[in-house]
Design a protein around this ligand. Sequence first.
Ligand SMILES: Nc1ncnc2c1ncn2[C@@H]1O[C@H](COP(=O)(O)OP(=O)(O)O)[C@@H](O)[C@H]1O
Ligand SMILES: [Mg+2]
Length: 304
Amino acid sequence: MKDQADRLRELALTVKQQIENEIYMNLKHTRVIAVSSGKGGTGKSTLALNLSIALSSQGKKVILMDADMGLANIDIMLGIVPAYNIYHFVQGQKSLREIILSHPTGIDIIPGGSGITELANLHREQLKRILVELGALDGEYDFMIIDTGAGISDSVLSFLLAADDVLVVTTPEPTSITDAYGVVKGLSQHHFAGNLYLIVNRVENNHEGVLLAEKFRLVCNKFLNLDIKVLGYVVNEPLIKEAIKRQTSFLNIFPQSVAARNIYDISSKLLSNDVGGDKREIQKYGGIKNFFKKLINFSKLQGE
Ligand SMILES: Nc1ncnc2c1ncn2[C@@H]1O[C@H](COP(=O)(O)OP(=O)(O)O)[C@@H](O)[C@H]1O
Ligand SMILES: [Mg+2]
């Protein structure tokens, strides 16, 4: 029979466990990944969306933010018509929860819009409200994937510099490669401290992908003294356009295709160097709130 001391010990253990879990949830930060490219049309939105779905199907909670000011198109790709977007949240007309969409693919989406650029013009009190709401998402999501615009205009650069990781997408076209190199160079000049990843999209075959990625990695290493990690490549796949035509996600309707397998390989590789689940390294990622804080600071600096 258990005596009172035993019961007390059990109770103490349960309380200790609860406190530990609570601390863990408070300290856990979402891993924020910005998807970028030098040139438009390299497949940023396609990869941001399908990688989010791949990560989600591998058990991660993912929120995808459409931040391409010029061509916000995640909603078009999925055939959804968001009633509200980040503009309504920034302006205080809607709460963050009210603008987040849950998609049947398992991911959540923050519809883009011009609202993000307005962040720099808000008053202290308004910013506080916004950051408190955004901060509540930290720990709830494992990943925040951000689909940015092409190039390195000031506003795109702010997104990249504020993120934990930047994923550069290029195609094998020489102009796309030189423009991607321009992005990496821009990040290096601004002392980007996060992780840099490369994906070569629309390759003819495995060989072309591996070769190009390795060349790019070596050039960045030699001339910029930067370590860019190769995440993988995705073959050219006409079915990707077919999925967009049908306004549905490629990964869900053509999961057996080579390109879908390429995308799953990339998400596994992202997960293999993920430390978010490791309690000793929970503070490694800056998280969502910190991302927006940095973004606002950069935008303010640019406005001066
Ligand atoms: N691996 C691929 N194979 C074939 N077509 C692709 C591939 N990736 C993207 N595309 C197509 O290229 C076009 C541009 O892609 P998108 O994701 O919108 O690029 P971005 O967001 O960089 O402008 C789209 O029509 C898309 O269907
Ligand atoms: Mg796009």
